[in-house]
Design a binder for this molecule. Structure first.
Ligand SMILES: [Fe+2]
Length: 178
């Protein structure tokens, strides 16, 4: 049960991060941006491992910061994740607790992105792609000037793999134990 509600309305159901596996990002942009009229929000390019570049374009078609992201990053499926946004930030915490307690596989821990400012975490769906569950994503007013930016990082803080989070916590506990 939610304290608030799912944030939908003019922003649609949420957003989807699609991996451009069988078409180039340019071809995907030609379809979504040039043909369908999705507007560019921003882009993130980050070297996530030596020689491995994550490159994602973020597009909007309503006030939501992005309804579609086109990414060239590693992933097992054609969809990296879809996102559902809630109107009450406490629901992110309550759902996080529930996910942890039920043993639902976590893909990324709590964190925030630099471009849409979403407070979110990612869990794995039975289909193998991720579900981002978040609150507080930016909206874009197309009647004002939107400064297109290219960010050099996917996350401002958090969004660690569970393994990385556990290693840090374990290290901290070991230090406390002296
Ligand atoms: Fe997302």
């Amino acid at each position: 049960m939610l304290n608030g509600a799912f944030s939908t309305g003019t922003g649609g159901a949420g957003h989807q991060f699609v991996l451009t596996k069988q078409v180039s990002q340019d071809d995907a942009m030609n379809f979504y941006h040039t043909l369908l009229g999705f507007r560019v929000s921003d882009r993130i390019v980050q070297e996530i491992a030596p020689g491995l570049i994550a490159d994602a374009m973020f597009l909007h078609c309503n006030p939501r910061h992005h309804t579609l992201a086109l990414g060239e990053i590693p992933g097992p499926k054609k969809t990296h994740h879809f996102m559902l946004q809630v109107t009450d930030r406490h629901d992110v915490g309550f759902t996080w607790d529930r996910v942890v307690k039920t043993g639902t596989p976590i893909v990324m821990t709590l964190g925030s992105h630099p471009n849409d400012h979403m407070l979110s975490f990612y869990m794995e769906t039975p289909s193998g792609f991720a579900l981002e569950y978040g609150w507080g994503g930016l909206t874009i007013d197309d009647d004002t000037t939107w400064p297109y930016r290219v960010y050099d990082r996917l996350d401002d803080w958090g969004h660690l793999s569970p393994q990385a989070e556990i290693e840090l916590l374990t290290k901290g506990l070991a230090n406390q134990a002296g």
